[in-house]
Design a protein around this ligand. Sequence first.
Ligand code: ATR
Length: 275
Amino acid sequence: MNADRYVVVGNPVAHSLSPEIHRRFADQCKQEIVYEKQLIEPGKFGAFLETFRTEGKGMNVTVPFKQDAFAAVDSHDELAAAAGAVNTIDIRDGIARGYNTDGIGLVRDLVRRHHIQIERRKVLIIGAGGATQGVLGPLLENRPGELWIANRTRSRADDLAASLGSDSDTRIASSGLEDAPADADLVINATAAGHDRRPPEVDPDVVRGSTCYDMNYGAAATFMVWAQDEGAVSSVDGLGMLVEQAACAFTLWRGVEPVTDPVLEEVRALVEARD
Ligand code: ATR
């Protein structure tokens, strides 16, 4: 029998570490799978899924197709609905079910790996794009005392904050970057700013004395480095989140939970050699 097929789709996708991660999980868990990268053109996600669902077992979806994937799947879980985005698709008997494991990945990396407390703490998230929207559900489930969204374009932060409603115990606030609070316990960078090789423009007081988390990794983790230089208590990159969201996807597909620490270590060596 042929090995089950999996794929990560994106544009660009050449730098995706997902094949490296999933092949290591598969070796560790003695699962026979084939995992490849697939570049697809904008607007072509739906057509690709229609073909792949007849031959493949699952898919990871990265930028810019997470919203397209949400629209194209046959059904989805609650976290994907809250994010309006799908990063993992499980295919059974040709039926494609969508999940979003980004937020769980972030929380596992923060809480389990780095022992960073979210509950009752003041959490500032910088950015109000898809990366932020994808993680708000699991962050709120961990009951921060306050969740503040700050974004360069203030209206996007306000809209996202308003969409969260007010039925949780968490106080919700929003602002532009210039009004980001200086007293957050945890500051998470969810902007794409690192990809221009520059951190987002926030006052150093915002990160001084705080625990900082950059959802970027490798050369794009400029916020992590800047925050450390500006006096953050600690500052970590998002490579652990990448490995944890992949582990959640792997468990959905294969029913087994990989051990992530050794895989993270190996993938970090790959990133360091590359960037
Ligand atoms: P993603 O899906 O990766 O979050 P996105 O929806 O384009 O991508 O959102 C990118 C986020 O990064 C936004 O919050 C964006 O701010 P704006 O809403 O003002 O565009 C933020 N961002 C990108 N480059 C930035 C920069 N140089 N400084 C600060 N924020 C930046």
